[in-house]
Design a protein around this ligand. Structure first.
Ligand code: HPA
Length: 249
């Protein structure tokens, strides 16, 4: 069964025929909300809204550990994240879709590991050279292609702490570091998924040019983001339906 974590602009999936919802408790506390089970084209999937169903949980307060643990507990092996980002590279215009292949983590103070206490077991250091699962990335790109979408294969996702957006100078620094997109949720989500052996990939929706770039040269307007996301999420829902259809086949 495929697990989908929906981000800003995607708190529900209209294409999903809901069968039931389940409130799950985990040793790490409560997930962002009930897990929503359903099927698309006869195939089962489970959905969770990262920021809660009313989008009330800011990125630094999301219980990433509980969200992933709950999915893992239900037997999910593959998790696809839908995340909105700013485009650092000018070619990444609002509405563009990116399947990133790398991450740089600028977050701090988040609960970023399941190994946060001393135990009698030796510490396990996960390999994180490739933070996204290659097979699941390929599947996402197949679904995008089958849905007639153009998309960017590969990108370096800079994860900032938020919830504020960045300064223009910070975006320049991220670009010098090699980042092409900027968002607030890839970490610790990707690393936690790896710790518990979940395959993890992301489809990122560019909501705006990053601070100081192109149309955001003099600021980022929230009204613009909302209309870009409303449009883009219609496309993303179709891609997800296709992804569920081809998953496991
Ligand atoms: N920066 C960080 N996170 C974001 C942005 C941005 O410009 N747009 C959407 N999420």
């Amino acid at each position: 069964m495929l697990g989908v974590i929906g981000g800003s602009g995607l708190t529900q999936l209209e294409t999903l025929q809901i069968t039931h919802k389940q409130v799950v408790r985990t040793p790490y506390g409560e997930p962002s909300g009930a897990l929503v089970f359903g099927h698309i084209a006869g195939k089962e999937m489970v959905f969770i809204a990262r920021h809660g169903h009313g989008h009330t949980i800011p990125p630094h307060l999301v219980n990433y550990r509980a969200n992933l643990w709950a999915l893992h507990d239900l037997g999910v092996k593959d998790v696809v994240s839908i995340a909105t980002v700013g485009g650092i590279h000018e070619s990444l215009f609002p509405g563009a879709l990116v399947v990133p292949d790398q991450i740089i983590d600028y977050t701090w103070g988040r609960k970023s590991t399941y190994a946060d206490e001393v135990t009698e077991h030796p510490v396990k250091h996960i390999d994180f050279t490739e933070p996204y699962s290659s097979n699941l990335r390929d599947l996402c790109m197949r679904a995008l292609h089958d849905s007639g979408e153009t998309f960017v294969d590969g990108g370096v996702y800079a994860t900032t702490q938020g919830p504020r957006l960045e300064t223009a100078a910070e975006i320049n620094r991220l670009e010098r570091d090699g980042a092409t997109i900027v968002g607030m949720t890839a970490m610790p989500e990707a690393a936690l998924a790896r710790e518990i052996d979940l395959h993890y990939a992301a489809i990122c929706v560019v909501a705006n040019h990053a601070a100081g770039r192109a149309s955001s040269q003099h600021g980022i307007r929230y009204q613009d983001i909302d209309s870009v996301l409303a449009d883009a999420m219609v496309r993303v829902r179709k891609v997800l339906a296709q992804l569920v259809a081809i998953h496991g086949s």
